[in-house]
Design a protein around this ligand. Structure first.
Ligand code: ZN
Length: 130
């Protein structure tokens, strides 16, 4: 699932109006031994660990616990060499924090809990489909 997040943390972390990230199950992401990613904890949004590159400080991965057994990893979409392999963006979240209106046909979810819920619903749907 690919998300466009307008929350203020994403804005600061990515130094962009919003973050374009692709979500994975946290367990499917393996960090290499000796990786050069530095993690910081943020809260809220819910317990998140955001990792950026030690040398260029670009965002690399974010681990987010949505529920006790649901942990996701978000990777900036632009980091993937094969952009064609990514799903199209599914929706905008934290749209109430937007720096400017976005002209596209994607759903735009405003509000903290509504945004969390929108992601959670899609996560649950993907479990049901599996
Ligand atoms: Zn965000």
């Amino acid at each position: 699932m690919r998300l466009l997040c307008h929350c203020t943390i994403c804005q600061a972390f990515n130094r962009q109006p919003y973050a374009d990230v692709t979500a994975f199950w946290a367990g499917s992401i393996t960090l290499r031994v000796g990786h050069q990613i530095e993690f910081k904890r943020y809260r809220p949004p819910p317990a998140a660990r955001r990792g950026h590159c030690r040398s260029c400080s670009a965002p690399v991965v974010e681990f987010l616990r949505l529920a006790p057994f649901v942990q996701l990893a978000f990777v900036p979409s632009k980091l993937f060499p094969d952009q064609g392999a990514l799903p199209p963006p599914a929706l905008h979240i934290f749209y109430h924090r937007r720096l400017g209106d976005i002209a596209d046909d994607l759903p735009k979810v405003s509000g903290y809990w509504a945004s969390e819920l929108a992601v959670m619903k899609r996560v649950l749907a993907s479990i049901a489909d599996a």
